[in-house]
Design a protein around this ligand. Sequence first.
Ligand SMILES: *Cc1c(COP(=O)(O)O)cnc(C)c1O
Length: 359
Amino acid sequence: MIPIAKPLIGDEEKQAVLEVLDSGMLAQGPRVKAFEEAFAEMCDTRYAIATANGTTALHVALLAHEIGPGDEVITTPFTFIASANSILYTGATPVFVDIDPVTYNIDPDLIEAAITPKTKAIMPIHLFGLCADMGALNRIAEKHGLAIIEDACQSHGATYKGTHSGAFGTGTFSLYPTKNITSAEGGMITTSDPVIAERCQLIRSHGSKRRYYYDGIGFNFRMTDVHAAIGLTQLQKLARYNEMRIANARYLSAHLQGVTTPAAPEGYGHIFHQYTIRVGDGKRDALCEHLKANGVGYGIYYPVPIHKQTYYTRDLGFDLTLPESERAAEEVVSLPVHPALSQDDLDTIVRVVNTFMGA
Ligand SMILES: *Cc1c(COP(=O)(O)O)cnc(C)c1O
């Protein structure tokens, strides 16, 4: 089976972990600081704040922007559950806007109709490694005085007109094993705003500036030095890994037939966290069976948009129709694109898909 994702852990990562274990500094220590500095440099931001995972990064970023009960945050439902759940954790309400069917990202033309006096922020998700239309989003955010909190959990190193994801507002990243780089579990917040950066540092660690003195309430959302050591090593490989993903995606797009391949719009640096094709006419599920029977791993991201998840409909009373998100949920399938694929793997993927599509 060609797996849909494969974390690449080498001797460098193992060595880095052993050094931490030998050092005696296990919790948030010098490796976390070094990882934060290197991550900020990668994104071109002044600050990066490490957290325990991507979900806590989102949660802390929202709290740092003082988002809470009574506030609304505009986002999309075609994403991982953590995007919207993090808004719920603060007591605020996610306001779901539909996606552009070509990019799977928030459709900027639908945002202004969703803005109310309660709207505090827009949370674009740079889904599958492709930045949202940040030019349009920045204009809307500026006009209405809204914060931008990017869910960049799938877009390490992605760019929009030369600017890195995570540098448009407050960025949040995940370092889960299936992401383009990993620290096993881990998260990162990026910002160039010193006030937001300081608030994030406080919220991450019980609201304490000085040990055992607490000015506000926070959490224990810290990263360990063991995880930071893995992440720092992986970060040095990110550019190379992304190039390999891009090359794999280019090969697949050049050879797949009968399916809609991912858009790579001009001016966007897509880093292909996922290589997601669209298969219409109700054929998606049969294609998946065929992939499985022929040893090609796949993933459906995402089979149910968040506004249709049981907790959101039954408990929160969401009753929305967002046609493009719902159609995408029925038609998308992601194929392996990760750096561990061989040329043989790529040719197998192409052959298996094209055979099914009758090409
Ligand atoms: C992975 C992911 C998250 C959450 O990250 P964790 O590290 O798993 O908590 C949030 N949003 C999106 C879009 C993701 O892909």
